[in-house]
Structures are given as C-alpha cells and as structure tokens.
Design a protein around this ligand. Structure first.
Ligand code: PLP
Length: 372
C-alpha cells in the first residue's frame, strides 16, 4: 500500500531549518527577554523590509492582526465593512470585534475573491472600509478596490493571512491598502510553531495605534492612553519566523511548482476545473482548490482520494453569511443571496499542497482524479 499524503506536512522542512531554529532558541532562552524582546523587534524590521512597508507590528494571532488593523484604521461602532463571504470566519469576526457590521458581497467565480463590482453596489453612507481576502494565496483585485476606496473615502484593509509573498505588479500584498493583516498560524505560507500575526502599514499613525493596542493601550510603561489588549507576538515564535523568512520565496516557489504540475495534469480534465493562475498578481497557493461539477461529485472524489490515503479538504463548506454566528445581523428577510459563493462552497475541493510535496505524489493524486 502506498504512503498517506497529508494536506500539509510541517515535518518536511524542519531538517532545513533545525540548526537556525535551535541556535536561535538557545540564545533566546539564555537571554530570557521573553516579552517584546530582540527577536520580535528584529522580525518586525525584517518583515517590513520584505514587504516594502514602513512599519509592522507583530501580534498574537492573525485574528488579532485583523482586529487591531481595523481598529487602528479607525473602523468602529456603527460602521459597515464590506467583505467576502468566502473566507475563514476570523475575517468577519474582526469586523464584529470593533462594533462594526460585516456586509457580505459575492465573489468572482474565477478567483474566489471579492467581486469589486459587487462591492461598488454595496457602498452606503455608513461604509467605512473594504476588507478583501487574498484567498488561497491569490491576490484580490486591489487595483479596482483601491480605486473604489479612494472615490468613496474608505479604508482598504487587506486580509493577508493566506498570502505572505503574493504580489501585484511587484508590490507585496499587505503593502497596498492602508494596512494589512498577516497570520503566522503553523500551516500558513509563513507559519510559526504556534499562534502569531502581524499588522503592516506605511501610515505612522496606524502603526503607532496598533503598537499601543497590542500592549494594553500603552505607549509609555504604566501609562495607558486607551483600553487595549494583551496581543504580543511571543519571542520564541519570532525566533522560528526569523529562521523561516529567508526561505519564504523558495517555499512559495515550491508551492507554485506543485500547482503547475496539478495544472499540467488536470488542466484538460472534464471532471474538475483547476484554479485560475496568476490573475491579478502572483499567486502563492496557500491552497490548491478545484471546482467539481456538483456537491455529489465532490463527495465522491473526496471518498476516492481517501481510499488511496490521500487527504483533501473543503475550504469552506459554509459561506460566512450562512454561519449561525452572524444570523442576528439579518432581520426576517434572512441573509442575502450570494449565488457564486454558495455554489463555490458546494463544489470546491482543496488538494494537498506544500513546498516539499513530491511531484510523484502530485501525479498519484492526479491519477485518482483522472481515473474513470
Ligand atoms: C488563518 C486565517 C485568519 C486568522 O489567523 P489566525 O492566526 O488563525 O488567527 C484570518 N483570515 C484568514 C483568511 C485566514 O486564513
């Protein structure tokens, strides 16, 4: 029987990183500066340099990064934030945390990302921000969204949790809107060995506010300008992320190599549609997500892969406007109809992808899909 193929294998890159991580951890343990220590500070500078932004603020998770980015960008009570229904729930949770209302609009069927035309149709006098997600590592249409934001005086806040290293015309995601939010959850393109996140911005006022918010609203020790949070990135996670950062382009190239092989093998398949490659910008394939003909066909394909010990997953089975958590936002009329997101949720199927995935394994996966 052939070996199992997981969605992601975090053990595969550890040998490459072991020496740097172990040396960095040893030094950090010896120095014992565990809260906002030298590695967090160095990581912030290194990520700012990589992204091409003036400021980054390392925080405790991607969810916190979104929350603090929205708050620092001035989004608050009574505001509306237009976002995508086809994302992880944290995108919309962060909007609720600041007292604003998520307004879900439909997605572009080719990229699974928020449809700028739908955004334009949803702008009201209460709209304060647009929150696109670069879903699965594919840049959202920021040129069009940026134009809308400018026309209507809205903040463009990027959810970059899945897009570390993706770019549009050479500009990194997270450096284009007023602020960006990254996640260092272990399975993300740049992942730590626990939770972590980061806010990016060119705006010194946004950076200053996010920096204060992550540390109890404090700019000077024991002086608190507002009620903030305890949301600091852990020093030991910063060591791990610093060891990984120099490899991020090679890791993303590895993902793109896997994606290219999938496309080569599955591009002509009648059974599945492969994802749109490099539309608006450079795709970094956090996920490789197919569309099946319908839900039954997807479930069959999942089962067939499972029989061969090949993992697959549905990201995401329930669009956010249908999540019970947001039911209270809708009156008797119920949630809006967002047909593209709803159909995509029924038909999508993500295949294993990670930088070290062997192309022979990709071929094995494709054989199961092309069979019959
Ligand atoms: C992972 C993720 C988040 C949240 O990040 P955490 O670090 O898990 O809090 C937010 N948005 C999207 C799109 C994500 O994929």
């Amino acid at each position: 029987m052939s070996h199992p193929i997981p969605m992601v294998d975090l053990t595969a890159q550890y040998p490459l990183l072991r020496d740097d991580i172990e040396a960095g951890l040893k030094q950090a343990l010896d120095e014992a500066r565990f809260i906002l220590g030298p590695n967090v500070q160095a990581l912030e500078q290194e990520v700012a340099d990589y992204l091409g932004v003036a400021h980054t603020v390392a925080v405790a998770s991607g969810t916190d990064a979104l929350h603090l980015a929205l708050r620092a960008a001035g989004v608050g009570e009574g505001d509306e934030v237009i976002t995508t229904p086809f994302s992880f729930i944290a995108t919309a949770e962060a909007i609720c945390y600041v007292g604003a209302q998520p307004v879900f609009v439909d997605i572009d069927p080719a990229t699974f990302n928020i449809d700028p035309q739908a955004v334009a149709g949803a702008i009201t006098p209460r709209t304060r921000a647009i929150l696109p997600v670069h879903l699965f590592g594919q840049p959202a249409n920021l040129p069009a969204l940026g134009q809308l934001a400018e026309q209507h005086g809205l903040a463009l806040v990027e959810d970059c949790a899945q897009s570390f290293g993706a770019s549009i015309d050479g500009r990194q995601t997270g450096s284009i809107g007023v602020t960006g939010a990254f996640s260092f959850f272990p399975s993300k393109n740049l992942g730590g060995y626990g939770d972590g996140g980061l806010v990016s911005t060119d705006d010194p006022a946004v950076a200053d506010r996010a920096r204060a918010l992550r540390n109890h609203g404090s700019r000077r020790r024991y002086y608190h300008d507002e009620v903030g949070y305890n949301s600091r990135l852990d020093e030991l996670q910063a060591v791990i992320l610093r060891a990984k950062l120099p490899h991020i382009d090679a890791f993303n190239d590895g993902r793109r190599r896997v994606a290219a092989r999938y496309a080569e093998r599955l591009g002509q398949s009648e059974r599945v549609a492969i994802p749109h490659a490099d539309g608006i910008g450079r795709h970094v394939y956090h996920q490789y997500t197919l569309l099946c003909a319908d839900e039954a066909e997807r479930d069959q394909l999942m089962a067939a892969l499972g029989e061969e010990r090949i993992a697959s997953a549905v990201y995401y089975p329930v669009p956010l406007h249908h999540q019970r958590a947001f039911a209270e936002h809708y009156g008797d009329a119920g949630p809006p109809s967002l047909p593209v997101a709803e159909a995509t949720a029924r038909r999508c199927l993500s295949l294993p992808i990670y930088p070290e995935l062997a192309l022979t394994d990709v071929d094995r996966i494709c054989e199961v899909i092309l069979r019959r």
